[in-house]
Ligand binder design. Structure first.
Ligand code: FCB
Length: 439
């Protein structure tokens, strides 16, 4: 496929097309006086990250941001979803680094000069190391400190931000990182994971209050969702898929939108939640102006043999992306409909990430990415036509970048990055998208 089948004109006026990145994945964390983070520690721990790679240099966006913003303007995008690194702005998690805040100040002005709406995410995973040493997301102190960081960003940058979300993908921050051990801090501890599942939601709510207090507007949430498919028709596999859906999708949507946790998951989590968790739910469920969904794939689930939540992940059939992720636009359709029906109602919805990893080179046409994005954007187009309050679509990612535990090997960009020279080369998908957005 060399061209998209959709055109901008298929969407209502004002529908926003955007690209996303995150700070640690592109900026070059070694520059500008940023503090050490738990991702630096994780990457330096043997066996945790492919090749021990880290975000020290990444895409050198810290110096090359004008060129990167030009790429988005020339693509015809309306908005840019970026993140502010807590450790760049507050190297020890508490005290302000003027150079760090100045960087985002210039970056935001650069977006506005190019007609790009700044969509900020305050936390996209690189926790200041000093806070990680205090216990990170497993302790209640961190949400409180996060609210101070949010207030500072709201105060200094809030007047120029189009939208703000406190935390990218709470499920990854809590479950993937504390139960599955795949991301920093790499724990495999149910109790720690459950506490993090609560504290991340609390941090979201406290940050929304702090941002509002500082005058920032258009505040939302960004949750990732995966469509859970039972590996077989057996009642055990069906129940395991329900648990997967509960932990992955229903936990945070229920908490943030309705102030309650799903009963079937509480059954397994209750023993580990902090004593006063019920008193926090009003804070977790602050009114928000929009809800964002990141979607990539579905997951096949079988009942496991271990302790609760005993579920095994089973590899799905092809076609799969270079991440090994099954390509499943049907799951996208199902999850969006379910989210609106059960949780978000009339609240404006944004797709805040969608994209694929592909074995791209600077010269070969990334036809697979065009087909992947086309199938998913078509779902959004049809749901918008059906009346779902979908207001924007964000592509992950502008640039090939640091794909966390998988290092620099997985390429998600619309723009190819040669990590030896930092040369940026727009891919075929970039050019095809420019044509679609012009029409
Ligand atoms: C999402 C993350 C993003 C990137 C993509 C592939 O879960 O938000 O940083 O890693 O997956």
């Amino acid at each position: 496929m060399t061209d998209f089948t959709f055109r901008r004109s298929d969407f209502p006026d004002g529908f926003l097309f955007a690209a996303a990145t995150s700070a640690y994945q592109i900026e070059g964390h070694a520059y500008g006086g940023a503090g050490r983070t738990h991702w630096d520690t994780f990457a330096a721990t043997p066996g945790k990250v492919e090749g021990g790679e880290n975000g020290d240099i990444a895409c050198d966006h810290y110096h090359r941001w004008p060129e990167d913003l030009d790429l988005m303007r020339d693509l015809g995008l309306d908005a840019y979803r970026f993140s502010t690194s807590w450790a760049r702005v507050m190297p020890d998690g508490v005290n302000v680094n003027a150079e760090g805040i100045d960087f985002y100040d210039r970056l935001i002005d650069g977006m506005l000069e190019r007609g790009l709406k700044p969509m900020a995410t305050l936390y996209h995973w690189e926790l200041p190391d000093t806070l990680a040493h205090l216990g990170g997301w497993t302790v209640r102190d961190i949400p409180e400190r996060f609210a101070d960081f949010a207030a500072m960003i709201g105060d200094r940058l809030g007047d120029r931000l189009f939208s703000v979300a406190p935390i990218n993908e709470p499920w990854c921050v809590a479950w993937l990182s504390h139960y599955m051990g795949v991301h920093a801090p790499g724990l495999t501890d149910l109790g720690a994971a459950v506490r993090a599942m609560h504290h991340v939601g609390l941090a979201h709510g406290l940050a929304i209050q702090a941002l509002r207090g500082a005058g920032a507007t258009n505040l939302g949430a960004v949750c990732n969702m995966e469509y859970a498919i039972p590996a077989s028709d057996s009642p055990e596999d069906r129940a395991a898929a329900q648990r997967y859906d509960g932990i992955y999708n229903r936990w945070f949507a229920g908490a943030m939108m309705q102030g309650s946790y799903p009963v079937d998951i509480l059954e397994g989590f209750q023993a580990y939640l902090p004593n006063d968790w019920q008193g926090d739910m009003k804070i977790v469920s602050q009114d928000i102006d929009w809800f964002g969904i990141n979607y990539y794939t579905c997951q096949r689930i079988a009942a496991g043999t271990g302790d609760w939540p005993n579920m095994d992940l089973v590899q799905g059939p092809p076609p799969r992306t270079d991440m090994g992720w099954e390509i499943c636009p049907e799951g996208f359709d199902w999850l969006l409909r379910r989210t609106v029906a059960d949780y978000t109602g009339d609240t404006p919805l944004f797709i805040t990430e969608n994209g694929m990893a592909n074995r791209d080179t600077a010269t070969r046409a990334d036809v697979e990415r065009i087909a992947y994005l086309d199938a998913h954007v078509a779902v959004a187009r049809d749901l918008t036509a059906d009346g779902l309050p979908l207001k924007g679509y964000t592509f992950w990612s502008l640039l090939d970048n640091y794909e966390w535990a998988l290092g620099y090997d997985k390429r998600f960009g619309l723009v190819h990055v040669d990590f030896a020279t930092q040369a940026r080369t727009p891919k075929a998908s970039y050019h095809a998208l420019a044509r679609a957005l012009a029409g």
